[in-house]
Design a protein. Sequence first.
Length: 222
Amino acid sequence: MKSANRELVDRLAAEYVLGTLRYRARRRFERWLLSPQVGAIVKAWEERLAGLEPNLTPVDPPAEVWRGIENKLELRKIRRRPVTRWMAIAASLLFFVAVGVFFTRPVAPPITGTSLLAADAQTIYWRVEVLGDREELTVHVQNVYDLPQGKAHELWALPEGGAPVSLGLMPHMGDRRVVLTAAQRTALANSKQIAVSLEPEGGSPTGAPTGPVLLVAPLAKA
C-alpha cells in the first residue's frame, strides 16, 4: 500500500471507529474491510481509542432512577399487562449493564515513546510505539519491506555501552503488540536507538544480530 493511500485509509479508519464516517462513505469503507491490511488498521484504531473513555467505578442507581424509568415508560398505565412491563424493565437493565461494561473497561497504557524505522522521510517502513513504563511495544507496518524467503526481520534495542537485545520479530504486514520482559525493559530504558536486522526465519539463533543491519532509528519520548 502506497504511503498516500495508507494515510487516507488511516484517516477513514479513525473516523469509522469514532462513528463519524456515515452513510455511503461508511458502507464503501466496510467493503474495504475485506482486506486484511485495512482490517489491521481499524483494529489498531480500536485499541488506540479504547482507553479514552473515563475510568468510572460502577454504582447501583438509586430507587428514584427506577421510578423515573417507570414514569417515562408509562409502566403504571400497563400494569395489567405484566409481560410488557417486565420486558421494558429488562430492557432498562440491559442498558445499565451495557453502560457499566463500557465504562469499566481497562484503560490502555499511554504511548511514552516512538520511533520511525525508515529509508528516508517519505519511506517509513515501521512505526514503533512504547507503551506505559516500557511494558509493551506496538509495531505498525507503514510500508512493506522486501523480505527474502526463509528470512525474518528482527527488532533490537541498542543500549548504550551494552550488547543489542532482541525485542522480537517484526510483522511483515499489519500490526504486532509485544509484552516486554524485564530484560527487554531494562535494555530499552538505556537505549536511544533501535535497529532492524535481517535474520533466519524464526529469529537470530545466537541472541545477537547475525545478518545485515537494515535500519537504525532514534527512540524519542512521546
